[in-house]
Design a binder for this molecule. Structure first.
Ligand SMILES: Nc1nc2c(c(=O)[nH]1)N[C@H]1C(S)=C(S)[C@@H](COP(=O)(O)O)O[C@H]1N2
Ligand SMILES: [Mo]
Length: 514
């Protein structure tokens, strides 16, 4: 069987290595955690860091003296050259001993994987990009090293020049692709580091009237959602594959369209305004009845109405199309952004800088509207326009152009299917942002509706906790909940799916009391 010339064999190894590294680095960029210790899932960086850690002081000093701040780049490039030579060698080996070559390739991959795993703060999942990439690399090497032998009447023919050319073309293309992957992955990760540093430097400005949360917001029932959802437990919904990395140093927000004058602000300007705090519960239109795509936080930000007032919208405008750094958009009724409610350009969530995945450095938070028509994260552009002329991202994709949040209630406790007989408690949350919750009723089996006890409601824009004591008797029971909003309207029983403008129906749970 012909395996082509030595150069071809070497190229197969190099292509396999390049594809592996490219995939691993892009995977690492997608996986890069945005908070915390900042351990890196990048095998290239992990090996470089480990090398630096274990190299003698004189070598480190020499490197810094010789290359200055470029020392890390030199190290990375040097590692790339060494890897290319090693992979070329593995490719040559593959021509005669495929199994040994593949094992060697795996060993090299394992070195990268080990380096990733042993970095401070590493998590087991960090090895996934590298491990997957090594497997793909093995396939590439195997494919390129064995141009399919042509069989004629059971006799293997030497590879033709067509095979050889296609090996060269494939090898070269994959090498280029892999290298581009490494460059792109590194660039993405670099942007992430800049933003992470900026986020850590940012101190949330104090506000004149901080939100005061009375203890009575929370009835303290075990298993009931906390009134304030912790940032790291907050649901996340967006179309972004990798979390957009927006540097507050270069962030700008432009207001334009049907306005008297265009306005553009930067991050420092935004922070210099009189910021306010507001408790607002966000809800996703996709949340099914009883679902958890809902969370409550105290947001710090600048009322967007004040920015819009500077631009002076035209009287015939009725919508603001907000667009994010990654091109997503939401169409929000203009009047909702200019009335007295706390529609904010938020910079902080529960007293912390916005987490990157929740829109750092600036996002919109609008009480009363589903996220898809209002809550633009990484917002950079506000176009004052008309519903007749523009549409947000989801509207042409089957979702309604308007998205006011529907009154909803959810049973959190009991969550399991089995409950001990005797005195117990039923508890949950209810929300009707900007209208408030005036009553929650619970029905057990076919008994009459009972009024649940409502916890304190410091803001009509936030959800409200409720609970009801229950003497549970043995047997199967069905518990149903329904809420009435501040306007006196009770949730409809009619069960409708989330599409096109939010689910309706009563949440119920079935429990077995033993
Ligand atoms: N840039 C951007 N912003 C976005 C989205 C998005 O896809 N891209 N999704 C929206 C939707 S559908 C919801 S429900 C909320 C969710 O916000 P969260 O991820 O902070 O909970 O963000 C909104 N803002
Ligand atoms: Mo959503």
């Amino acid at each position: 069987m012909s395996r082509g010339s030595a150069a071809e064999a070497a190229l197969a190894g190099v292509a396999a290595g390049a594809v592996t590294l490219g995939m691993a680095e892009i995977g690492a960029a997608l996986l890069t955690r945005t908070g915390g210790a900042g351990a890196t899932p990048s095998p290239l960086l992990a090996v470089a860091d480990t090398t630096v850690d274990y190299s003698p002081a004189w070598l480190r000093d020499l490197a810094i003296a010789t290359f200055g701040t470029a020392d890390k780049t030199v190290l990375l490039v040097g590692m790339g050259v060494v890897l290319a030579v090693v992979c070329a060698g593995i490719g040559r080996l593959a021509a005669s001993r495929m199994t040994t070559a593949m094992l060697t390739f795996v060993v090299v991959g394992a070195v990268g994987t080990m380096a990733v795993l042993t970095r401070p703060g590493a998590q087991v999942g960090d090895v996934v990009p590298t491990a997957v990439a090594v497997v793909v690399g093995l396939f590439v090497m195997n494919g390129l090293s064995r141009p399919r032998p042509q069989r004629q009447a059971g006799v293997e023919q030497p590879a033709t020049s067509t095979d050889r050319r296609s090996v060269l073309v494939w090898g070269a293309s994959l090498t280029v692709l892999g290298t581009l992957g490494v460059v792109a992955g590194r660039a993405l990760q670099g942007a992430g580091q800049v933003v992470r540093a900026a986020r850590e430097m940012f101190t949330v400005p104090a506000v004149a009237e901080p939100v005061v949360i009375p203890a009575q917001v929370d009835p303290g029932v075990e298993g009931l959602s906390p009134w304030r959802t912790p940032n790291d437990a907050f649901y996340r919904i967006d179309t972004a594959l990798a979390v957009p990395q927006v540097d507050p140093g270069t962030w700008r927000l432009r207001v334009h369209g049907l306005v008297e004058r265009e306005v553009e602000i930067d991050f420092d300007h935004l922070l210099a305004q009189e910021l306010v705090e507001a408790a607002v519960t966000l809800t996703c239109v996709s949340n099914p009845v009883g679902g958890d795509l809902v969370g409550n936080a105290v947001w710090t930000g600048w009322p967007v109405r004040e920015l819009l007032a500077r631009a002076e919208p035209d009287p015939d405008a009725d919508m603001v199309l907000s667009t994010s750094a990654d091109g997503w958009s939401a169409g929000t009724p203009l009047n909702v952004l200019t009335d007295e409610r706390n529609a904010l350009l938020a910079v902080a969530m529960n007293g912390r800088p916005l987490p990157a995945q929740h829109g750092f450095p600036v996002r919109l938070v609008v009480p009363g509207l589903y996220g898809y028509v209002s809550a633009t994260k990484w917002v950079t552009d506000l176009k004052v326009t008309r519903f007749a002329d523009d549409e947000g991202y989801w509207s042409p994709r089957g979702w309604s152009e308007r998205g006011p949040i529907k009154t909803a209630s959810r049973i959190d406790v009991p969550a399991g299917e089995r409950v001990q007989a005797g005195a117990t408690v039923i508890a949950g949350v209810a929300w009707a942002q900007h209208r408030g919750i005036s009553a929650v009723e619970v029905r057990i089996d076919n008994e009459p509706w009972q009024q649940a006890t409502l916890a304190a409601e410091p803001s009509v824009d936030a959800w409200r906790m409720w609970h009801l004591d229950w003497e549970a008797t043995p047997g199967e029971h069905v518990i149903v909940v329904r809420a009435t909003d501040g306007s006196g309207a009770t949730q409809t029983e009619r069960a409708m799916p989330p599409v096109p403008d939010g689910a309706t129906g009563w949440h119920s749970v079935q429990v077995e009391v033993i």
